[in-house]
Design a protein around this ligand. Structure first.
Ligand code: PMP
Length: 435
């Protein structure tokens, strides 16, 4: 018996006949008996096809910063649809979204896209065009979307494929990537200053970019060590390399101005997506005038039929309005802190070695050791099987967190103190059941 009850099971079986794995994004697949079908969301809750309610900490993998079906966002989207949904041209809403991003994130220029993958892909292209170099550094366990260039040593790569920490090997995260792609990417462990400096000094002449998730949003929310992001900035300045912050998860979530504001380090280019539209399809890449101007000179192509669509821009305007005018992130921070420390207590009382890290808006839990992880290799030492059993036991008790231990827990403005308290009670029981 899995998590599916009768209606989820029937719908999943129909889905599996017409969609590979029965899902439209591989990360959503929890196995043939456990992949749920969701019918409805409201605030901090989602309901599955059998009408079971869950407190949701997956939040669509991060975007739902305000809450599901948030009225102010839905109203703005409905209103926007009164005057159509897409043009082959710029709308006032696009101008306003770009102006807001410029103001909040202290960037010079913005281009809107529809997904995080498009945003990171174009950022890398700009970096190459700007520097005239082709290679880039990415960090093990960071995920930057589905473009072939980035699908190496992501959070699906097994430890044995990564090579030694001294001399890492880029491990393909999927079949179907041309062999040549391998030659463009250099993978390194996150937070390893010495290794980073050594590699950059050896190959800087070929390096267009260093791309980084400032918090490892796809690997247990591992935090940057003090000085790590500053070192990236310093090396990029010294060798004229473009520093790209992939803020698809951190943007508009850990601070209004994202990781740049949170850590006080400014990148050259930044990608945004998820929380920008509370779950509606809108994303962006943005950055410094000189680099973004490579588009304006007509040299670099960026296009997207759905870029700046009415639904995404309306959702972004409503979301940013709330972020600016209500204590959204402060509330999330307070509830997130309660949850993080409560989880720590439950695990401690149960005698389970663990570490809880990240920002209260987006944090990770690693079981099996009391050591705070500092890179993806540390994360892989965690007890994935026990974590999965706990999350399944939680789901049975009406709380949804991702069973993949590498994925973060997300909070929204709609999660109440009562939700946090219920979650902790469910966790106590789930831990007992899973042990
Ligand atoms: N970058 C990061 C850091 C992400 O977490 C993701 C998605 N999880 C992406 C890029 C890709 O975004 P999308 O799924 O919208 O293409």
């Amino acid at each position: 018996m899995g998590l599916q009850q009768s209606k989820s099971r029937a719908l999943f079986q129909r889905a599996a006949k017409v969609m590979p794995l029965g899902v439209n994004s591989n990360f959503r697949y929890w196995g043939p008996d456990d992949t749920l079908i969701f019918r409805r969301g409201e605030g901090a809750y989602v309901w599955d096809a059998d009408d079971r309610r869950y407190i949701d900490y997956r939040l669509a993998f991060g975007p739902v910063i305000l809450g599901h079906a948030y009225p102010a966002v839905l109203d703005r989207v409905r209103q926007a649809l009164e005057s159509s949904n897409l043009f082959a041209g710029t709308t006032p809403a696009e101008v306003e979204v770009a102006e807001r991003i410029v103001r909040l994130c202290k960037v010079d220029k913005v281009r809107l896209t529809s997904s995080g993958t498009e945003a990171t892909m174009h950022a890398l292209r700009l970096a190459r065009a700007y520097t005239g170099r082709e290679k880039f550094i990415k960090f093990e366990g960071n995920y930057h979307g589905q473009a072939d260039y980035f699908m190496f040593s992501t959070a699906t790569s097994p430890a044995g494929a990564l090579g030694s920490a001294r001399s890492p090997v880029p491990a393909p995260s999927t079949s179907g990537i041309p062999k040549g792609m391998h030659g463009y990417v250099i993978t390194l462990p996150f937070n390893d200053l010495e290794r980073l400096e050594e590699r950059v000094e050896a190959v800087w002449g070929d390096l267009a970019a260093i791309i980084v998730e400032p918090i490892m949003g796809n690997s247990c929310a591992v935090m940057p060590r003090p000085g790590w992001l500053e070192k990236l900035r310093e090396l990029c300045d010294r060798y004229r390399i473009v520093l790209i912050f992939d803020e698809v998860k951190t943007g508009f979530r850990i601070a209004k101005g994202g990781a740049q504001e949170y850590f006080g380090v400014q990148a050259d280019l930044v990608s945004y997506a998820k929380a920008l539209g509370n779950g509606f399809p809108i994303a962006a890449f943005a950055g410094k005038e000189g680099i973004m101007r490579t588009i304006e000179a007509g040299g670099v192509a960026h296009a997207g039929t759905y870029s700046g669509n009415a639904v995404g821009t309306a959702a972004a305007l409503a979301t940013l309005d709330l972020l600016e005018n209500e204590p959204v992130l402060e509330t999330i921070r307070q509830r997130g802190q309660m949850l993080m420390s409560g989880i720590g207590e439950v695990l401690r009382d149960a005698g389970l070695p663990h570490s809880v890290q990240g920002s209260p808006a987006m944090f990770g839990i690693l079981l099996g050791s009391d050591q705070t992880p500092s890179d993806y290799r540390d994360c892989l030492q965690g007890d994935a099987a026990l974590y999965k059993r706990i999350t399944f036991a939680l789901a049975e008790r009406g709380v949804l967190a991702e069973p993949d231990f590498l994925e973060a827990w997300y909070l929204s403005y709609s999660h109440s103190e009562q939700d946090v308290a219920e979650t902790l009670t469910a966790l106590e029981q789930a831990v007992r059941a899973a042990k």
